[in-house]
Structures are given as C-alpha cells and as structure tokens.
Design a protein around this ligand. Sequence first.
Ligand code: PLP
Length: 411
Amino acid sequence: FDLLLREDPEIAGVLLDELDRLRGGIQLIASENFTSPAVLAALGSTLTNKYAEGYPGRRYYAGCEVVDRAERLAIDRARRLFGAEHVNVQPHSGASANLAAYAALLQPGDTMLAMELSHGGHLTHGSKVNFSGRWFDVVAYGVRRDTELIDYDEVRDLALRHQPKMIVCGATAYPREIDFAAFRGIADEVGAWLLADVAHTVGLMAGRALPSAVPYADVVTFTTHKALRGPRGGGIMCTGELGPRIDRAVFPFVQGGPLMHAVAAKAVAFGEALRPEFAEYARQVVANAQVLADALAAEGMRPVSGGTDSHLALIDLRDVGISGAVAEQRCHAAGITLNRNAIPYDPEPPTVTSGIRVGTPCVTTQGMGPEEMKEVASMVAQVIRNPDATREIRERVAVLTRAHRIYPSEL
Ligand code: PLP
C-alpha cells in the first residue's frame, strides 16, 4: 500500500476512503461481504499478468504451467466443497456464468421458465432489459399472494403448458429455502434442463446452512463474492457429462482469457470455506438474519413470507408508510447501507418500491451476533421513522463498528 501511496496518491486515496466507509458504517447489502486479507493478497498478485486461454494442461499460450496449478487447486477445492462432478471457475461474474450456461444448453428463441424479477428473480433470468429476455422466450413464475412463497403448483402448470427447454430456479431477493427436489421433479416431467442459480446462497450451501442444489440441478451457477466471501467472480458446476459443453461455452464462446489472479483468489476462498469455522460462520449468518427479521417485525416492519431461512430478509414497509427509496436514503444518512427492494405484488415502481432488503453476511464476518442484530434493527426502525434521529443513530453506529473493526491494517 505504501508503494501505491507514493506512485498514485489519487487512487490510494480512493482505497483509503472506501476502507473508511466500510469501517465507519454498517453494511446490510445482502449480496456483499468482506473477503479475507488472503483473498485480497491473491487478487493483488502477478497472476493478473498471465494470458491463459483454455484450461489447465490445454492452453493456447505458453508459460501457463504455474497458473495451471492455481486453477487446478480452485477446481479441486470447489469439487470437494460442493461434491460436484465438474466445476468451471473461469466465469468473470454471475451474469457471465448464466450467459455461458444458457449458451451451452439453449438456442436463441428457446423457451425458459424462470422467476419473475419483481418477485425476487435476477435480471439474467429473463428480464427484457437483459440478454436473457431478448434472446429467449421467457415465461415467469412468482410467489403466491397469500404465503409469499414460490407456488410449485403454478411452476408445474406453467411448465406443462409452455414445455420450456430450461427451468431456472434461484433468486436475488427470496428469503426462503428453495425446494430443488420439487423443481427437479417438474423439470423431469417436461424434459427440461434444470438450472439452479445459487449466486446468493452458495456460501450457505458450502457451510451446510442450506440444502445443496448440486444433487438436483443439471447446472448450478454461482458467484464467489457474496456469502461465500471470495473475490468478485462466478463459477459453474455440472454433471461430468455436461462438463465439456459448459467449458466450451465459457471459453471460447463467452469469454477470452480467464482472470488468473481472480481464479487464484477463488481457490483461496474455497480453501477457507472448507474449514470447519466456515460452517459456523454460515450458520451464524442465518441465525443473525432470523434475529434481525424478528426484531424488525417487532418494530412493526413486516418480513415478507413471515421471516427467513437464509442470509437475507425482505421487509415490507407499507404499514410504516415510508417507501423503500426513502428508507434507503434515511438509513444511508445514518451510516447503515441497505437497498430498497420491490416486494411481491409491489404497488410502487421499481425506483420507489415498498420494501428494503437486509442481509447479514458482512456484519457476521465482522463478528456481530444476535445482540448486535437487535441493536441494528432498533437503529433501522428508529431512523426510518424519524430522520431527526440521524445524528444519534450515527453515534450508535460508530460504537458498534468500533467494537467490530474489519481488516487489520490499511489494505
Ligand atoms: N444471479 C443472481 C441470482 C444474482 O443475485 C446475481 C447478482 O446479484 C447474479 C446472478 C449476477 O452476478 P454478477 O453481479 O456477478 O454478474
């Protein structure tokens, strides 16, 4: 860091300011986490220099024998962690993992059945503003109005009626466990591929805090930077039989050279997730989310579906009479970062929304537990209702973050 400070003080300043921002606030964005210093060290390494198109032992460039070791370690560790037959660790992101998985199994114009964006699905699951919505004929399923849970009868009816070539399960803002066996049964009934996009929950799967999609789905796509606590990036798991198709879809169809520094950092993160402490972390992430959801409910802020089985809760603010956008802005002013989020059947437009999404991967990495979650819920509720409390809440946030400081030095 001292070198960067000397060579490029402007960018060094950005890094320091971001570290201050992370240390000085409470991060409740459900898709974020704090990687370990070891992951950061691998990311900031000379492996960024190497071109390595292809796969270990089969590269299109000379001099790949060292980086091959990093990719083999990443693959071996991921296979051990998830019990997957085949893993591709090269996708640059969750979106490119999905693009490659679709490219491996579908043709433009094919029908895909996936979760409605406004009910918790992801942009890459068929949104009109995304390649998935433009290139495929997308049929969407959602959650029931009364239970706010996935309606597996509706999924089956839609599958029987539309005969999709692929069914996509997995979500961005769905707090509950997903029944992968039910999806498998429906996919088998109509002869569709089953893709599970576990970008959000793969860390909980790794820590055995949620059931794994691997035994059920033909293809499992994921990101490495959310609850899994690795570098920003993606990955794909599949059966051994589909392995060559998936590999060809990642490279050369969707991507060129892999980011070998990121691949090495993924290996570090998989190694960390294989340790027993990670299972304890994953369990605590879920326990914290449940305490946070319950405590917000006690403050009159309703968790969608009544609670959570995962790392996130979706909170309906209609009873409080404050929009998601205003709540996001009031919390941010007090040092609590969370995002506005549509709730199922939301009457408000996506820029306003009636809800917020809160997640616990970051605060759990900081070592916070149930007591701190109650304090966080109390602060969120107070500042959303009363912006005059902003200064007081800022002080309470500072007390909490000082006691749970992240990163040992100026990384
Ligand atoms: N799939 C799901 C379910 C996600 O939640 C996300 C990101 O939030 C992605 C895919 C895309 O990941 P990325 O932002 O790395 O492209």
